[in-house]
Design a protein around this ligand. Structure first.
Ligand code: NAD
Ligand code: IPM
Ligand code: MN
Length: 366
């Protein structure tokens, strides 16, 4: 996986990718994504980083000094697996690496496409791939993820825990604008235009934050008269997602609601193993990762589904201007699903590495 930059002149045209597999099944699915990137012939130079629980347990380093600055300066993109390990119950390394990367590299737009590759993968009756092609644009740097707050009188009957929900006008404006721009500039898989941005919040209960989101949504929507707007409270949206998800197009929401509804949406796609994402800051080094976590209970068994990681690599290549390579990868994963060359979580019989290998071979044979 690791290739040193031996000759600066010869690699200068290649995109530089930092690869951080992390923990658990991250260490199994990311090598499959790397293999597939190579099979697609993408002009990239990949460098592996050992950030994760093993490293933390060995030397207590979560992110080395200047770690994020190095990623931002020396790499065009970062491909990440997952973080979380039962040996680190505080989860400090995951917070510092993953949430640290999102906030310190200001990767403010978490773009999580929700696509159904085959009708057989969806637990809902009568839903076809053409019915499920929406995207969740999740605010990725604010909300309750800032870890602001505190605990007072810990361990006493009077204990108080406060977790602040941060919503800045700048943060809300840029994510809502990102969603409208995404809607204006991206088509659905079938080539039809995207038409609608739906804002999801809980402004009936969380009035201060919700009020800001509502005002900003209205103001930015006025700049895009060709785009329809819609609003749903997050509870009603969850119901609609399992009742009939066909009407969703572009959904914009805050950090925590975005986290929750994208696991729900992953369920519609066949499970967490299928869901891919990008953590983007336009014009800067961005990060790409499957939506799932480190899944400790299935780690090390060669049964994890690598397609979420592989599809995240495809999103990364498209983002880096390699649309052809990205398309080859997506087509090969689609073919794998059609031919049931896949892992057991989605109804196949292959192990993680064989499923990845099948996709790589499919690409290489074209
Ligand atoms: P999880 O996503 O790891 O697993 C949830 C369920 O989905 C489990 O049943 C798991 O076996 C299954 N699953 C997930 N990915 C799969 C795959 N590729 N193939 C087949 N099955 C898959 O979420 P969790 O159990 O809530 O969290 C486990 C650890 O991962 C925790 O430490 C959590 O904090 C961490 N986590 C990390 C990230 C990340 O780094 N991006 C995301 C979510 C959770
Ligand atoms: C995700 C994960 C993370 C999040 C966790 C691991 C902190 O669930 O990427 O969806 O909540 O953002
Ligand atoms: Mn999540």
């Amino acid at each position: 996986m690791l290739q040193a930059c031996a000759n600066v002149a010869s690699v200068s045209a290649k995109k530089r990718i930092a690869v951080i597999p992390g923990d658990g099944i991250g260490k199994e699915v990311i090598p499959q994504a790397v293999k597939v990137i190579q099979a697609a012939g993408a002009a990239v130079e990949m460098t592996s980083f050992d950030w994760g629980a093993d490293r933390y347990l060995a030397d207590e380093v979560t992110v080395p000094p200047d770690g994020f600055a190095t990623l931002a300066r020396d790499f065009d993109a970062v491909l990440v697996g997952a973080f979380g390990d039962p040996r680190v119950p505080s989860n400090i390394h995951a917070r510092e690496i993953l949430l640290g990367m999102r906030s310190q590299m200001d990767l403010y737009a978490n773009v999580r496409p929700v696509r159904l590759l085959d009708a057989s993968l969806c637990p809902l009756k009568g839903i076809e791939p053409k019915d499920l092609d929406f995207v969740v644009i999740r605010e990725n740097t604010e909300g309750v993820y800032g870890d602001l707050g505190g605990v007072f009188k810990q361990g006493t009957p009077d204990e108080v825990a406060i977790q602040e929900d941060i919503n800045t006008r700048k943060g809300v404006e840029r994510i809502i604008r990102y969603a409208f721009e995404y809607c204006a500039n991206n088509k659905k898989l079938d080539g039809s235009p995207r038409r609608r941005v739906l804002m999801c919040d809980k402004s009936n209960a969380m009035t201060h934050a919700g009020g800001l989101w509502q005002r900003v949504f209205k103001a930015i929507a006025a700049e895009y008269p060709q785009i329809e707007t819609q609003h749903m409270y997050v509870d009603a949206l969850c119901m609609q997602m399992v009742h009939d998800p066909r009407g969703f197009d572009v959904i914009v929401t805050n950090n925590m609601f975005g986290d929750i509804i994208t696991d729900l949406a992953a369920g519609l796609q066949g499970g967490l193993g299928m869901a891919a994402s990008g953590n983007l800051r336009p014009g800067h080094t961005s990060m790409f990762e499957p939506v799932h976590g480190s899944a400790p209970s299935i780690a090390g068994k060669n049964i994890a589904n690598p397609f979420g990681a592989i599809l995240s690599a495809a999103i990364m290549l498209a983002h880096l201007g390699m649309a052809g390579e990205a398309q080859k990868i997506e087509a090969a994963v689609l073919e794998a699903v059609r031919q049931k060359k896949m892992t057991a979580d989605i109804g196949g019989t292959l192990g993680t590495s064989d499923a990845g290998e099948w996709v790589a071979q499919k690409i290489a044979s074209h």
